[in-house]
Design a protein around this ligand. Structure first.
Ligand SMILES: N[C@@H](CCC(=O)N[C@@H](CS)C(=O)NCC(=O)O)C(=O)O
Length: 205
């Protein structure tokens, strides 16, 4: 059985969990990171020298970096579907996977500021500046989704997984967001997926 190390409220861990759920794979999740520790033990560092989550183990094969995990699981279990066979469609999915980290880098001050920092310690100016940058980036995704149901075309692919995890945080925070109809319709589509509701669209913490 697959093993996935990482706390369930980590956005990067959610990508691995959502992917495994979409593919119907059996897995064991082991709490690690933040309050659970483990990531600094010599045993864990041997698997993942970055000391971050998630880490995947698949019958002795160890992999870290959440997007590499998503690509690996999809290539192994869903070639031609979640891992598109056509190089251009796959490149399209890859592009949005890479772009997802651009969004996450901009979004980090908003999430940490509003979710993981007590109100009296929040830097509201920095949060607002980051929110504006995220609103612009969300507009780029909205444009990319024009005329298509998912990020790489009309079918759900691995490309939707990282960005779908980041956008859940963006869409569920009580903040000002511009109207982005394509993004909103795509997010509603993701919310119809049982796997997304189970491991991604959960209360923020
Ligand atoms: N690029 C890495 C980033 C991993 C990462 O930063 N993980 C965070 C959680 S989202 C982490 O391990 N934080 C430290 C901790 O939870 O102890 C990936 O996508 O896997």
């Amino acid at each position: 059985m697959l093993k996935i190390w990482g706390r369930a409220n980590s956005v990067n861990v959610k990508k691995a969990l959502w992917c495994a759920e979409e593919l119907g794979l059996k897995y064991e999740r082991i709490d690690a990171g933040m309050q659970y520790g483990i990531v600094n033990t010599p045993e864990y560092r041997k698997m993942n020298p970055m000391g971050l989550v998630p880490t995947l183990e698949d019958e002795g094969f160890v992999l870290w970096e959440s997007h590499a995990i998503v690509r690996y699981l999809c290539a192994r279990h869903s070639a031609g579907k979640l891992w598109p066979a056509d190089p251009r469609q796959r490149a399209d999915a890859d592009r949005w996977m890479d772009w997802a980290f651009t969004f996450l880098n901009a979004f980090r001050p908003v999430f940490w500021g509003l979710v993981r920092t007590p109100p009296e310690k929040r830097d509201m100016a920095a949060i607002e500046e980051a929110r504006k940058k995220c609103a612009e980036l969300a507009g780029v995704l909205d444009g990319g989704l024009a005329g298509r149901r998912y990020v790489a075309g009309d079918a759900f692919t691995m490309g939707d997984i990282p960005v779908g995890c980041h956008m859940q945080l963006w869409m569920r925070l009580p903040i000002e967001r511009p109207q982005h109809p394509n993004l909103a319709a795509w997010f509603a589509r993701l919310c119809e997926r049982a796997a997304y509701r189970k491991v991604v669209d959960v209360p923020l913490s």
